[in-house]
Design a binder for this molecule. Sequence first.
Ligand code: HEM
Length: 515
Amino acid sequence: MFFTFSTFSHAIMGLLAFLGQFPTSYGWLSLAFFLFVTVTISIGNRVVYNLYFHPLAKFPGPWYAVISEFFFSYNIISGSSHLRMRALHEKYGDVVRVAPGELSFASVGSWKDVYMQRKSGAIFPKDPRFLITDDTLRAPHLVSTTDIENHAVAKKVLSHAFAPKELLDQEHIIHKYVDMFAVAIAEESRKGPLNFTEWYQWVTADVLGDLCFGEPFGSVEARKTNPWVATVVNSVIFVAWDCAIGHISPLLEKSIWYIAPPSIRKSALNHYAQSRAKIQARIARGEGERKDFCSYIFELRDQLDLNDWHVASYSQAMIVAGSETSATTMTILTYWLCKTPLVYEKLKQEIRSRYASSHEITSQNTTFLPYLTAVINEILRLVPPMSFGSPRVIPEGGETVDGHFVPGGTFVSVHGYVTARSAKYFKDPDAFIPERWLDPEGTDNLAASSPFLLGPGLCLGINMAWMELRILIAKMVFWFDFELAGDNSGWEHLQNYILWKKPALWVNVRTRDVT
Ligand code: HEM
């Protein structure tokens, strides 16, 4: 009572001081005290509400995560969110409250419940705070489109580019760059070890550049990283910062230009400027004989009335989503093959005994190589290129997720890395064991790994990714022998910011005497 009275009287004095009616220094102190007390009480109220009275209060989670959005925001930009989320799930179970209004799931049942269309017909929309877009910072694109109908229209139009027949017609483009890539490796590896983190970036970006814009980025030919490709990872780290700030308050979004580290801001700005230039050049060239991904994006432009900035955003997202993920898979696979000689030997044996020449390797006949398929499945389980929980919003009225009733408006996600590394589903979850995908008697629950997501948000490029990975791995293993060179210690502690930030991977390469 006294406290309230005292606070109130200080406030009055502060206000009077403000109006110039009272000795000024005392009045200002009172006002400051009043503001301090008011802010403290209001934060205290919020903390107590979040801890004990919030509709999600019954879900387990650490107190520091549920009292405010700060933990969640810090987690996204910490680089170690995958490890922290794993530790939280190991401590609290399949469902963890990771922010006041947010639940993270890590169970087989939740994959379907969160991402597939529900029996009721409901689809959980994407979280608008996750990939914030506006027309000045970043225009919307397929991955960030939260409106379910617009997303479905866009996906339908763009999926024509990824239809199996369309992809088979484009397969020669993948072979063209992979073959150029191999010639370059054979030449350059005579001079010493190669940094495969860069090299795989070059080939996957060139393939996608040609498929998307009708021209490559020229990295394999120049044997150096194109300036646009060099900014890809930092542009995604910028997205992580944007997301972190947007979680605290969407009103703070523009502050990203002051808060994000200068190198990240600079890369992001370069990246967006170059994306615009790339699409403008493509628009100026017009349609060629062959349809590229831009041809489909232009169809969409007419249907959804997109402007050039939106079109640039769609193509930029496609390149980032498609090249960085495949490059990551190839680099991480090379690391794990070198670290696991038994697996590497079995893969060599399967591929080298199947083909007499690399010219025989096609995306279709590689589907009959079971060990290769198992190797790809296992590397995508062990290190999913997108190792985060893609967030969705529970519709009004609430829904049940993996047996838990979740109130409407709650943000939910399934953490891909944590679920696929759960000891509940996989024996030796941290080991690279492709055999688990081939054992009909196996006890592992393979459905716990879902690296391309499910349902309406399923990766648009899944068929292309499989095609590219099969060809690249089969040809690389056919032509070359690899072993790790130098200090590759950074690989034990990879950092994750939505995508993985990969250190250099130095590899000694021996070229085999084959065609
Ligand atoms: C190993 C390779 C790949 C993996 C693991 C992968 C994984 C994923 C995942 C997890 C998503 C969902 C993201 C989210 O909604 O939060 C996604 C979406 C997407 N991916 Fe991939 N991806 C790969 C390769 C590709 C390729 C080659 C392309 C081709 C351009 C591509 C294009 C896309 C697009 C356009 C989306 C947005 C789909 C939508 O919102 O409906 N991805 N991918």
